[in-house]
Write a protein of this length. Structure first.
Length: 994
């Protein structure tokens, strides 16, 4: 369904669905249904034309007519849904006995008699409504008055033109961006003779045109000729080529006796190419909206090895990637935002009267979020206003509230260009976001499932519903309409924010379209009975999300089973502990989200929800039972189940075994996340065998609270498991332990971005295999104790190129720059002879060819072994990790003196303090109770040992490590994901943050 066209787009398919099924419709009814379907398609097409016209340019009669048609379409859809639901409810269940099914089918012949009669009434009702729609369309000549006349005034001019004519002295906060783009275009940044293109990308109002113009003015004197040409949403290619030729040489047409009106596009391209063939040129192509336009425009850009340069600007990141090297323009800093704000109001920051509150100014600037257009617009609203009015405007700060202001009008128009450039299905998805509050992080997965439930996402051949919805989500990000929010550990997008300016725009449009109504926006806490009862009167409700609240006593959910049209039901983070059996009546339910809740048992009726695509029950260890037959939910694409502790109950254990065995029937699964308290050999075997059948899986996370068990390769080979190559997330944390890196699993997963395994040891070949995973962003290898070195690594090699988060808490690492200008990566277990050496090229400032994008490093430091090898923490090479933001270290204290431990911590802190990013540092002491009393005591102890032991290097430490493996297993339980917990007497947390 499209909010911009109402339900018109899906009414025709639903009518045709009636014809496909055996509803024994009379011949006349069938014919009318087909005719109505055609008429609905015509109206839907016309509504799309209406939706393409900006709201302020629509004729008032057209607005009224379109609104009435949309409302009528919802009524028509409701009538059809009620009929289809009535038929669906009385269909016999597959799991009934043959006798019961036969009796029920005989009974349904009588029950369905009325629906078959009712459908004729429904179709007649739709026909009557369509006739009224058509009559009004003809009576008021809607087709002829689609767009109201526009006066030829200055207000109709493109408000973006002003950005091209700012004086350089008026620009604030642009110097850094200008210099960065100039650097990207410079000879030092690439070839001196090849053509070079840089594409500036960012949201509307960010200053892309202003930046491109500033760079153009700075550099154009160094070229033979230049041009600065805007493209726009609906490009006139002939006009663009004329403008390029005129900008390059204003006298070209006169000298060559050319009539511009007689030149077609092909001739203009030839003329431009002829003019540029031996010239060094600099051309800016501003405001490109689509790839096809660029494909034609770039035909004039001759590659003549003269060192020409091109800048393009766009709001679409996909277009930017197509045109050249991408420069993502960032919002203004707080300093420059404040400077621009006060300059626009008072003529300068120092001229601000003291009566104006910094607090109000800061709140306003926070809302503007560094977008120059927003800052200028807000400044225009506040100019000449008193301090009290500033506060009032902030409290009522929506841009839509001040449309009489020229800057506000221009701002909304600039943003609306992006909105009306969206295809209708993306507009619908964007308008849906108007229901969320400001500065709210909207989680990606629930949002996509809600889009699906509302009917915004249609299933297409070869695509799952979620996959298609995710494509819509990414399109909105690429078009700069929403801002991506990433997981810190792997850079995968977890959700989005909507900029306040865009939110104001879509709220205004949603109001016009009558698609979102917000009630009790500030209400929170307990859900009372008097609010719950009216909710159940919405029989046609599709999406119901009751989240983050407690139910008062006496507030029941049994009646949820009566909301038969529900597609999406969320009781996330509520006090609900039991679902009604009637939930099995929700035949159309697609998403059931019970996350972070207190559900103890999923009712057996849940296996009747055959349209369910997403089931999430990741409560706080409460779930004790999943019904048998979960394998019947064959439409499931996403499954999250966290079992609670069933202790030694045999029924609980058998239920877990049956559950994991049935997983193999869910062949549509894309995401599987399971947490188990009980795991035995049969559970592991069933899991492995089930994985064999999940050919569409993208995301696997299996975890357990049981002790780790070594996994033999034979189990995997016997099951014939070949994980699909498109797998991007793999975590077997706390479930399987591999003696060696399972290369037979990993070596074909070229799209893997997240990997978490428990591996006893790895070697050089394993490191090279992991380093070759080009998409890997997060790597955690738990309990790994190996020593390995990979050397001769060049900047052009693929070695952990995209890795952002590296976790190996049982080894120490070193990044080393060699004399031959290559890099080496060392991994040391603190037991074998230390492979580290002193840094051979301490003066090198080159970024590492190893993990160049690493942001978080979690490793070990073996104090005693490090000191025995005459090493220190200054040799780790943190300075080569130019993106580093956080370091976490396990400080192994066993056998070292207190002074040595403190020295090591100080060395590590010094290395971190010297890093230009000033990353945060968290240190954890392990085996602190087993430190040596003093250096002298340790030395005298060493001198009493036989010579043979001295020559064995760290053999004594190796025995020590083996004796304490069990202690380390216990420590791992404390670490897990919770390194931020309180320390114990055996471990001391030290944290320094700058």
């Amino acid at each position: 369904m499209d909010l911009v066209t109402g339900a018109m787009g899906i009414l025709a398919p639903k009518l045709l669905e009636l014809l496909r099924h055996e509803y024994n419709l009379q011949t006349g009814v069938r014919k009318e249904a087909r005719t109505l379907a055609q008429e609905l398609e015509y109206i839907d097409a016309f509504l799309r034309k209406v939706a393409d016209v900006p709201w302020d340019r629509l004729d008032e009669q057209v607005k009224v007519w379109a609104r009435e048609v949309r409302e009528a379409s919802y009524d028509m859809e409701d009538a059809l849904d009620i009929f289809l639901m009535h038929v669906e409810i009385h269909e016999p269940d597959d799991d009934q006995s043959m006798l019961r099914r036969a009796l029920k089918m005989i009974g349904s012949l009588f029950i369905k008699g009325k629906p078959r009669h009712d459908i004729a009434v429904v179709i007649q009702g739709i026909k009557k409504q369509l006739q009224e729609v058509a009559e009004r369309r003809a009576r008021y000549k809607i087709d002829d008055s689609l767009v109201k006349p526009v006066a030829a005034t200055s207000s109709t001019m493109d408000p973006r033109l002003a950005a091209m004519y700012h004086q350089v002295s008026q620009l604030i906060g642009i110097d850094k961006s200008r210099d960065q783009v100039i650097s990207m275009l410079s000879y030092q940044h690439g070839s001196t003779v090849k053509i070079k293109t840089v594409s500036v990308v960012g949201v509307g109002g960010l200053g892309k045109t202003t930046l491109a113009k500033a760079v153009y003015e700075e550099l154009k004197e160094g070229f033979d000729c230049g041009a600065f040409v805007p493209v726009g949403q609906k490009p006139d290619l002939k006009r663009i080529f004329k403008d390029i030729l005129l900008d390059l040489d204003k006298g070209y047409y006169t000298r060559n006796n050319l009539n511009m009106d007689e030149l077609d596009e092909r001739r203009l391209i030839e003329e431009i190419r002829e003019f540029l063939k031996e010239k060094r040129y600099f051309i800016v192509i501003d405001d490109i909206w689509e790839k096809p336009s660029w494909e034609i425009i770039k035909l004039v850009l001759v590659e003549n090895n003269c060192g020409s340069r091109i800048i393009t600007t766009t709001r679409n990141s996909e277009v930017a990637k197509e045109t050249g090297e991408v420069y993502k323009l960032q919002p203004l800093s707080y300093y420059h935002s404040r400077k621009l704000f006060y300059t626009r109001i008072f003529g300068g920051e120092g001229k601000c009267p003291g009566v104006h509150s910094d607090e109000v100014s800061d709140k306003i600037l926070k809302k503007c979020d560094g977008i120059p257009l927003a800052i200028i617009t807000m400044a225009s609203l506040l100019t000449g206003k008193s301090r009290e009015v500033w506060s009032e405007i902030y409290n009522d700060i929506g841009f839509g509230q001040h449309k009489d202001n020229m800057h506000v009008e221009n701002t909304m128009r600039i943003l609306s260009f992006s909105y009306y450039d969206l295809p209708s299905h993306l507009r619908t998805c964007l308008l849906y976001l108007s229901a969320f509050p400001e500065d709210y992080v909207v989680e990606k997965d629930p949002l996509i499932w809600k889009w699906i439930a509302e009917g915004f996402v249609y299933k297409k051949q070869g695509n799952g519903l979620y996959e298609l919805g995710e494509r819509y989500f990414n399109d909105l990000i690429n078009r700069s309409m929403i801002q991506a929010v990433e997981y810190e550990h792997d850079g995968i997008v977890e959700g989005c924010r909507v900029h306040d300016m865009v939110l104001d725009l879509i709220r205004s449009l949603s109001c016009h379209e009558n698609c979102v109504t917000i009630l009790d926006n500030n209400a929170e806490g307990l859900l009372s009975q008097n609010k719950w009862v009216p909710l159940l009167s919405f029989k046609l409700l599709r999406v119901l999300a009751i989240e983050d609240c407690q139910f008062k006593e006496g507030c029941h959910i049994e009646n949820l089973g009566n909301l038969l049209h529900l597609r999406y039901l969320s009781l996330r983070n509520t006090t609900v502990s039991e679902l009604p059996k009637q939930i099995g009546n929700l035949k159309f339910l697609q998403t059931l989200d019970l996350g972070r809740g207190q559900i103890k048992e999923l009712p057996s009726s849940i296996v009747r929800l055959t349209q369910l695509v997403c089931l999430s029950c990741d409560g706080w260890g409460c779930l004790q039972r999943v019904p048998d037959g979960i394998g019947k939910l064959t439409s499931l694409e996403q499954l999250t189940i966290f079992f609670g502790n069933g202790y030694d109950d045999d029924e609980y254990k058998n239920n877990v075994r049956m559950f994991v065995k049935e997983l193999g029937n869910l062949r549509e699964l894309r995401v599987l996340h399971i947490s188990l308290f009980f795991v035995d050999e049969s559970v592991r075997r069933f899991l492995v065998e089930s994985l064999r059948n999940l050919h569409k899986i993208h995301h696997i996370k299996l975890e357990s609270s049981e002790f780790y068990v070594d996994v033999e390769r034979a189990m995997w080979k016997a099951a014939g498991v070949m994980l699909p190559q498109h797998l991007c997330h793999l975590s077997f944390e706390r479930l399987f332990q591999f003696p060696r890196l399972p290369s037979w699993i990993i070596n074909r997963l070229h799209h893997l971005s997240y990997l978490s395994l428990r591996v006893n040891t790895i070697d050089e070949l394993d490191l090279k295999l992991l380093g070759s995973l080009t998409e890997l962003r997060y790597l955690k290898l738990d309990q790994t104790k190996g020593t390995a070195t990979v050397d001769k690594i060049n900047a052009g090699d693929v070695f952990f190129q995209k890795l952002r988060w590296f976790v190996m808490r049982h080894v120490m690492v070193q990044f080393q720059h060699e004399e031959d200008l290559t890099f080496s990566f060392h991994m040391w277990n603190g037991i074998d002879p230390m492979p580290f050496g002193s840094r051979r090229n301490n003066s090198c400032s080159l970024p590492s060819a190893v993990m160049p994008n690493l942001q978080v490093l979690e490793t070990a430091v073996f104090v005693r072994a490090l000191k025995d090898g005459n090493g220190d923490c200054s040799i780790i090479g943190l300075e080569y990790l130019t993106c580093l933001r956080k370091v976490s270290s396990i400080i192994h204290c066993r056998g070292a003196s207190a002074i040595q431990v403190e020295e090591t911590e100080a060395e590590l802190q010094c290395a971190i303090n010297d890093h230009p990013n000033r990353p945060t540092f968290t240190g954890y002491r392990r085996s602190e109770g087993e430190m040596a009393l003093s250096v002298q005591d340790e030395e005298s102890k060493d001198n009493s040992l036989p010579t043979e032991v001295e020559q064995e290097g760290h053999g004594k430490d190796k025995e020590y490590e083996e004796d304490h493996d069990k202690d380390e297993n216990k420590d791992d339980e404390e670490e897990g994901e919770g390194e931020d917990q309180k320390g114990t007497s055996m471990r001391k947390r030290r944290r320094t943050e700058d």
